[in-house]
Ligand binder design. Sequence first.
Ligand code: SF4
Ligand code: SF4
Length: 145
Amino acid sequence: MKGVCATEKRGTKEIGSEELVGWDAVTQGVVINSFEGNATNVASLKQEERNYSDFSSYTATVASWRVVKPVYNRDICIDCQNCWVWCPDTSIISRDKQMLGIDYDHCKGCSVCVEVCPTNPKSLLMFAEHEEIEKALESWPTKEK
Ligand code: SF4
Ligand code: SF4
């Protein structure tokens, strides 16, 4: 993989994968590429179609410190897309206006999606990180009057 790092002259140079630098070696002015190769029209592509670089936060798992997680119940969801709009971490997976689930590699467990879900009972609920999805779904509450 090719990358760039800052030099002491505040410029950049290409480096190979064997030369990847740590965060403490990065200086002001460094350029971190989000994509490999030509990124023209990348905005019109779906996430899984984009050629993200190893430096991109999309490629890396950045949710290891989450202690609670949202669980999604497809049986109740009305595909209103509220959770997708409000998630501050783009961790709701939606395609063609249909809610598909949670991106657990990036979700931080903030519960905003649960707060904005309008169904009764909610189609998203927070559970402990270690809770199994099947058990969470079995314990789902019933409709409130
Ligand atoms: S818990 Fe927060 S980060 Fe995770 S999907 Fe819901 S709104 Fe997004
Ligand atoms: S907010 Fe609730 S009902 Fe709306 S798409 Fe998300 S999970 Fe489904």
